[in-house]
Design a protein around this ligand. Structure first.
Ligand SMILES: Nc1ncnc2c1ncn2[C@@H]1O[C@H](COP(=O)(O)OP(=O)(O)O)[C@@H](O)[C@H]1O
Ligand SMILES: [Mg+2]
Length: 290
């Protein structure tokens, strides 16, 4: 019925694609037959948040995309090539602060630029300018000469974000990045992240255990089944845009509340062992297979 588009041959591969990925640790299956594709259209990557029961393979999926781990079966492709090792095109941000304790904010942000200076081909002045610019962008200018122990948790996560962005990764992998922060700081960080994504548009995969955080941050929310993990729900249409709207304001909107309801309901089903259903509220995952 459908004729292929003439431009199809020129379409770039998805920035990240999983093809029937299974991961086993010994006899334990962490992920089973996971397939998805995340396109990058006109330089714009998607913002995907991932929620699901503890131990369902969320961190495992990020580790696969990062190239820290390989699938037992299937393939993870980054820009069409298997993700066999980490690369500068992928940045990882963890819940635990990952800055160097003996370096100041500025030195931490400069670090990756310094060690990659030959490949990046940017001179010392340009490296410094870039680091200073990122420090401004994440709101750390008054703290640039401080050491990590002199910063709050939120400020330390700002350093981690600036350090990652310095390498201009096309893909940002975030594993519960704000879970250790108090609520006001968490909301500030959510707003900052949405703002940065709207400006720079990396593809972001962000694991969170908060439904409202998942809905606020993303344009696409995945809900994983219990282990062995699979994407039970891939929710896009219900997610309202949040750019330029502070979280507390966004959360008061009817469409936000509706989205939180939809996602919470799906999460509840998954937690009860129901993989997905045709409730009319939620669209079950569309497997992205050729
Ligand atoms: N290197 C490993 N060796 C053995 N088991 C692992 C390893 N990494 C993860 N697992 C197990 O796989 C499951 C999924 O882990 P993980 O991806 O960390 O879950 P989560 O969804 O909570 O992030 C867990 O049961 C975990 O104990
Ligand atoms: Mg995890």
């Amino acid at each position: 019925m459908t004729t292929p588009e003439p431009s199809q041959a020129a379409t770039p591969p998805p920035i990240v694609e999983a093809r029937q990925v299974t991961v086993r640790f010994g006899t334990f299956t962490a992920l089973i037959d996971v397939s998805f594709a995340s396109p990058r259209v006109a330089g714009h990557g998607e913002f995907i948040t991932i929620i699901g029961p503890s131990g369902c393979g969320k961190s495992t999926l990020l580790n696969l995309i990062a190239g820290f781990l390989r699938p037992t079966e299937g393939e993870i492709l980054v820009k069409g090539s298997p993700a066999l090792r980490p690369g500068r095109d992928r940045g990882m941000i963890f819940q635990q602060y990952s800055s160097f304790p003996h370096l100041t904010v500025r030195q931490n942000v400069l670090f990756g630029l310094e060690i990659n200076r030959k490949e990046l081909k940017i001179d010392a002045a340009a490296r410094l300018a870039k680091a200073e610019n990122l420090i401004e962008q994440v709101g750390l200018a008054p703290h640039r000469d401080k050491y990590p122990h002199q910063l709050s948790g939120g400020q330390q996560q700002r350093v981690a974000i600036a350090r990652s962005l310095a390498m201009e990764p096309q893909i940002l992998l975030m594993d519960e990045p704000f879970s250790a922060l108090d609520e006001p700081t968490r909301l500030e960080m959510q707003e900052l992240l949405v703002e940065l994504w709207n400006r720079i548009h990396p593809t972001i995969f962000c694991v969170t255990h908060s439904v409202s955080e998942a809905v606020y941050l993303a344009e696409r929310v995945w809900i994983f089944t219990q282990a062995p993990g699979q994407i039970a729900y891939d929710i896009r249409d219900a997610i309202p845009p949040s750019a330029g709207i502070p979280p507390l304001v966004a959360q008061e909107r009817a469409e936000f509340k509706e989205a939180v309801f939809v996602v919470t309901e799906a999460f509840r089903r998954v937690s009860n062992g129901i993989k997905n259903s045709n409730s009319g509220l939620i669209r079950p995952q569309q497997q992205a297979r050729p």
